[in-house]
Ligand binder design. Structure first.
Ligand code: SD4
Length: 331
């Protein structure tokens, strides 16, 4: 039986068991399905990233447009933010922990589910590239702290002081009260999670951050944890997160969103469900921010957050846009 006919027949025969949304998602995720609608949905190459990071998405697009692969696109894209000292949530210039140390978390994942991560990395700007080296040059997935730093030096990365004057000044000011109280959308904004689909329709993702400002020394968030801050599955799509990492870890947020897409939800619906899952565990205190973005294999995208203020950048043949994310709590 032809695949499309099977989908139609089964939904008619077992209404309720095989919902229309699952049928349409199955078609959406199978570009080779005999369905003109799904064939017409092929919105790639495309890159999407958390927050308004035009330099990062433009860099990734430059690679995708030339036919480069999604892994190079996400690595080179997020490196733009790591190098930007004015982004105080990523790489050089990131806000320090409570002791004044800038410590970075990053991960990367490719179309074959290979992945690499570094956590609590100091003195190296491009944590994402160290993560890629871990993925490609070692039998491991994650390196931490001194071991990660040593590995980076052995692979040619240079030692740099990541604490800028601006971040140092803010930290010294913070020390006067020493109150750990992340502020929605202000503190830590711009942690970058990026997903790219290349001309071949292959997906990759990267996520990099200096983590929550003034955290306890040694704290690791969601961003470098595969499944939490980032997850891609080349059969389905990808998702990545920003915000208070502890909450994303508790729900394995990005993996959850990819699995919801596998079950039939659109990227937008999956992000909304991911945020609602987190809120269900925090009904008494939704006073923190989480933002998710997702992209499926057709290049359809979505984003959702708890509080207004989160946005995401996309670059494709349709143009370069910054979209204000819908939020659970209205402004
Ligand atoms: C963390 N998720 O370390 C990161 C912080 C972040 O926007 O994304 N801020 O928890």
């Amino acid at each position: 039986m032809k695949r499309r006919k099977f989908l139609k027949n089964s939904s008619a025969a077992t209404a309720g068991l095989f919902s229309a949304s699952i049928a349409s998602a199955a078609e959406r995720l199978n570009p080779d399905a005999e369905d003109q609608r799904s064939l017409s949905i092929k919105k790639y190459p495309r890159v999407i990233a958390t927050w308004d990071v035009p330099n990062a998405t433009a860099k990734a697009w430059e690679i995708l447009e030339k036919g480069g692969n999604s892994l190079d696109a996400v690595e080179q894209g997020v490196r733009m933010e790591e190098a930007d000292v004015n982004n105080q949530s990523v790489g050089k210039g990131g806000r320090p922990d409570r002791d004044g140390n800038v410590t970075l978390d990053a991960c990367i994942m490719d179309k074959d589910s290979n992945c690499g991560a570094v956590v609590y990395l100091q003195n190296i700007t491009h944590a994402v590239s160290v993560a890629r080296k871990v993925m490609e040059e070692t039998p491991h997935v994650m390196l931490a702290g001194k071991g990660a730093e040593q590995f980076a030096y052995e692979n040619g990365f240079k030692k740099e002081d990541l604490l800028t004057e601006a971040s140092k000044k803010e930290w010294l000011e913070w020390k006067k009260t020493s109150k750990y109280q992340p502020i929605i959308n202000i503190e830590n904004h711009d942690t970058i999670g990026m997903l790219a689909l290349d001309k071949n329709g292959d997906i990759a993702g990267a996520c990099t951050t200096s983590g929550m400002a003034y955290k306890i020394g040694g704290r690791v968030g969601d961003s470098p944890i595969i499944g939490a801050g980032l997850f891609v599955d080349n059969e389905v799509g990808g998702a990545t997160a920003t915000g208070v990492g502890e909450e994303v870890v508790r729900t394995v947020g990005s993996f959850l969103i990819v699995e919801l897409m596998r079950q039939g939800k659109s990227p937008q619906e999956a992000c909304e469900e991911g945020v609602k899952r987190i809120l269900a565990r925090n009904s008494d205190r939704p006073d923190f921010q989480i933002g998710f973005i997702a992209m499926n294999k057709a290049g359809e995208t979505g984003g959702y957050c708890i509080h207004p203020g989160f946005s995401y950048r996309e670059f494709s043949e349709e143009g370069h846009t910054n979209t204000a994310s819908e939020s659970h709590i209205k402004g």
